[in-house]
Every structure is written in C-alpha cells, then in structure tokens.
Design a protein around this ligand. Structure first.
Ligand code: ATP
Length: 332
C-alpha cells in the first residue's frame, strides 16, 4: 500500500468531550476507507478535520507527505459530499456541478472548458446530458450523483463523503452503493466516508476504521474485523454476536473469567452441549435464525438450516468457534 493520507495522533476536544482522541491511521492511494461507529463516536468530527472545517488541538494530517493540518478547506483540494447533498435548488444540474470550477475560466475559452468538464463528470456518474435538468426533478439517487459529480469536478486529491446513502430508501441503497463504488474506482480517488451502518461500511470500504468515543478501536478489512476483532466492542458492534459469560461461556469452550463471543453461524444444534428451548424461528431463505432460551436464562441466536429445529423443541447448543475477551463489561 502506498500511503496517500496520514492522520497522526489527531486530537480534537469540544469542551469536556474528546471527539477525536489521538487517532492515527494511514490511507492508501486510491483506497476507500469507511469510518464506522455508533452515534457520537467522532466520525463526523474526523471527516470535518480531514476537510479542514475543524483544526485539531494536537496531531497532524498529511497528504503525500505534505502537512495540510492548517491549510484552509478550499486550498486542500479535497472534495466533499454532504449528507443532504447541499445542492442549490435554484440552479440546474450543470450549474450545480460547475459551481466549484467556475472561478477558474475567464471568457469564452473558460466557459467552454467548464462545460466540457461538467459534461465529463456527469458522464462519469451516468448522468450524461442532464445539464439542464432541475435539481428538484431528480430522484434521490440522481441527486446524490449530482453531488458526487460536483465534488469530483475540480479534480480533488481526496473525496470525503458524509453518510452518502442515508438519504435514500433502503431499496435504492444497495444499487447506489454499487454505482458509487464503481465511480470511485473509475476515478481511482482516495476516499473516506462516514457511516454508522456496518453493511454499508463492509460493502463500500476497502478497509474500515471502527471509532468509539473518539478513539480508533480497530482498522482492517471486513474479514479481519468480523473474524479477528481485537476488542469486545468491535466483536459485538460488527456483525451479530452471542455474548456469553461464566459457566455458559466455559461450556461453549471459552476460557475462565472471559467473555465468549460466538457468531450465530458458529453455533449449532448437537446431541449434547448447552441445553435450551427454541423460542423463535426466523426464516431467511437458505437459513433460519433460531432464538434459543438456555436453561440458565441465556439467549442464543443460532443460524442453521431452516429444518434444523422447531419452535418449542428442546435442543443442545455447541460452538464451532469462540472468540474470547477479557471481561471489561463493555458490551453494547
Ligand atoms: P453521529 O453518527 O451521531 O453523527 P458521530 O460519530 O459523527 O455521530 P460526532 O458528530 O463527530 O460523532 O461527535 C463526536 C462528539 O463530539 C459528540 O459527543 C458530539 O456531541 C461532540 N461534538 C461534535 N461537534 C461538536 C461541536 N461543534 N461542539 C460541541 N460538541 C461537539
């Protein structure tokens, strides 16, 4: 990985709140990084620090080795897509996209250059020929692409996206996510986006940085976070997790005094194991999620083939894989 963007020990306080707590991470050239975390974890603050809307109290931000920590937003050459797009309703699509580049060209030659750029970026986001359309006449997904085109028009070094898909209804999100990824890859632009949705982070991000209370909990690929979480918080925040303690944890193969985290697909029904009763069965096609109440009052989620058990049936649960964490009581 060729490092393109470096965040080095960045801290930002708002009064008593530490919104960024000595965060360090590197982003590769052309990489798509997701900032994932619960509400208030500092995702937006980190994006605003990158954009230059906030200045860190400590630490630095560099692009290709050039320190930009105190460079004003307009001079950073970072493109930003805001959560609600912030399109100008009184301007048409072409004027919206041209907004960030109109200052450049003077006279007829400049105008032609701007028009050419607008046409090119609109083509890039599959909105070729939409120049004269009114913003209000576009669907949510199309508006999102106009905002993306506007951000890309000045050829930024880094693209920043704040909750890029949260404005769209769920049915549209998956498709828009794919399109967004295609555009980013076509432009090969280093991208950082904020999301609180794991699925979005996994789908769109090459790597994901999990934030919590302003701190970086873990950074890695989706597989790494899911299969090898380094903290109990990440294990439970990323993916579904059964969190078990004490005798139940030990019975499933956890170590003494530890918290055991077991994914639903890592639990199975067997002839022996932790006893319980199936309380619910949620059919999801090729598999079903069984909610099992253990004899000690535990609640298990078991992902198994739909015919594996019936509601009301007495079952035994075994784990095929257990993640163990020191019990710090820190569970969502
Ligand atoms: P959300 O998903 O809800 O948008 P987030 O992860 O983006 O949350 P931030 O908006 O970065 O979190 O906020 C992190 C913390 O910093 C929160 O406790 C928030 O209240 C605080 N904070 C953010 N901006 C300011 C500000 N301008 N003034 C005071 N406190 C702020």
């Amino acid at each position: 990985m060729t490092v393109f963007l470096t965040i080095d020990a960045v801290t930002k306080r708002f009064g008593a709140v530490v919104a960024a707590d000595a965060v360090s991470l590197s982003i590769g050239r052309g990489e798509i990084l997701a900032l994932l975390g619960p509400s208030g974890s500092g995702k937006t603050t980190m994006l605003r620090l990158l954009a230059g809307f906030e200045t860190p109290d400590a630490g630095s931000i560099a692009v290709e080795g050039e320190d930009v920590t105190r460079v004003p937003p307009a001079r950073r050459r970072f493109g930003m897509v805001f959560q609600h797009y912030a399109l100008f309703p009184h301007l048409d699509v072409g004027e919206n996209v041209a907004f960030g580049i109109t200052g450049r060209g003077k006279g007829e030659g400049g105008r032609v250059e701007v028009e050419r750029t607008v046409a090119r970026v609109l083509e890039l986001v599959d909105l070729g020929g939409f120049e004269r359309r009114k913003v209000q006449e576009l669907s949510g997904g199309q508006q999102q692409r106009v905002a993306l085109a506007r951000a890309l028009a000045p050829e930024p070094r880094v693209l920043l996206l704040d909750e890029p898909l949260s404005n769209l209804d769920p049915a549209l999100r998956e498709r828009t996510r794919r399109e967004l990824r295609q555009v980013i890859q076509r432009v090969k632009i280093t991208t950082v986006f904020v999301t609180h949705e794991q699925e979005e982070a996994f789908d769109l991000g090459d790597r994901i940085a999990v934030l919590r209370d302003g701190r970086l909990e873990q950074i890695g690929t989706a597989d790494e976070l899911y299969e090898r979480p380094t903290t109990l918080f990440v294990a439970t925040f990323v993916g579904r997790a059964n969190v078990l303690r004490g005798a139940t944890a030990r019975a499933l193969g956890g170590k003494d005094g530890d918290v055991a985290v077991v994914r639903p697909e890592q639990l199975q029904f067997a002839d022996a194991g932790v006893p319980g009763i199936v309380r619910e069965r949620r059919y999801t096609g090729p598999a079903a999620l069984f909610i099992v109440e253990g004899d000690r009052g535990e609640r298990f989620e078991v992902l198994a083939e739909p015919g594996a058990a019936r509601v009301g049936e007495r079952v035994y649960v075994q784990a095929t894989h257990v993640l163990s964490f020191a019990d710090a009581g820190e569970v969502r």
